[in-house]
Design a protein. Sequence first.
Length: 393
Amino acid sequence: MFPERFSNLPPYAFPRLRALLDAHAPGGPVTHMSIGEPKHAFPAWVGEVLAANVSEFAKYPPNDGTPELRSAISGWIARRYGVTVDPDTQVMPLNGTREGLYNAAMALCPETKSGRQPTVLIPNPFYQVYAVATVSVNAEPVFVNATKETGHLPDYESLPAEVLDRAALAYVCSPANPQGAVADRDYWERLIALAEKHDFQILADECYSEIYRDTPPLGALQVAREMGADPERVVIFHSLSKRSNLPGLRSGFVAGGPESLARIKLLRSYAGAPLPLPIQRVSGKVWADEAHVVENRALYAEKFAMADRIFGNVPGYEPPQAGFFLWLPVEDGEAAALKLWQETGVRVLPGAYLSRETAEGNPGKGYIRVALVAPKDETEQGLTRIRDCLFGQ
């Protein structure tokens, strides 16, 4: 009486982590470095804007977002990427980007491609919603290992033509979660050209785009416009969770070609959950303000420098280009996470919990993911304990 389509999903990463660690006592002060939940302060005026509009919780919110919010988002895209998008036909606010990354597959993936079951290309490791979205549309997931040898980004060009001809969608996360790699212009140009050749859409998860060291990461929509690609070729996803330290606001957006957005909006009108109006009011103000983003980025810059200092002599350490995770090489991620917990109380995530087994192996098995989200002093203490416990330095 129940569907089988989700029966083979592995346990989600964090219940799996609890099963690994919680039967054991921590070996020191508990330090949470496993979950990417920002701890920096969000703008102080957020509460004031929310309070001023709290009466609008009594109203049903518009499915497509208020004109003011759509305008704020399109304005941010223009300032950030130099790309003009129509706020009425090419932008829609999201109730968190997880909703958008899932429902985009539901709205955009065809039932067949080249007369056969479509494929969806997924980086490995990856944000888990990519895989469950693929299963939901009855497509074949193709996990492409993103390793040190490929610059920690998926090499979709290496796939057989038969797989690419059936490809309907390709997920890309840049800056990458968990590795912090950034797709440069050459990467985007080659991927967009591949998508044009084989006629698939790119779903660009750019939620970490505003946390970087020096150079702002290029955007997929920006490069697609410069190349003159099909306007429907790229769909982008952004969030206020990381940029503005507002994960609980559950506010992001999707932008792309007008036909893609029309299909996403139509599905949302039947099966989605638009943002409550007070949250839309707050979101518009937050997208319009950059001062707090600059301050937030400076705090992460201090943590990047701290990590480089603490792990600079550790063999295999790679400074992340962006995002707020360290992707640390170890012999076995599960064993390392358990050792850390039992001996130091530091809680990290085994890399294998973010990836799948492939013919080439599980690319996350020899890593742990460490979130740099705690206050600076706590982060430094946690990183030092990780180094001393796992790398003996």
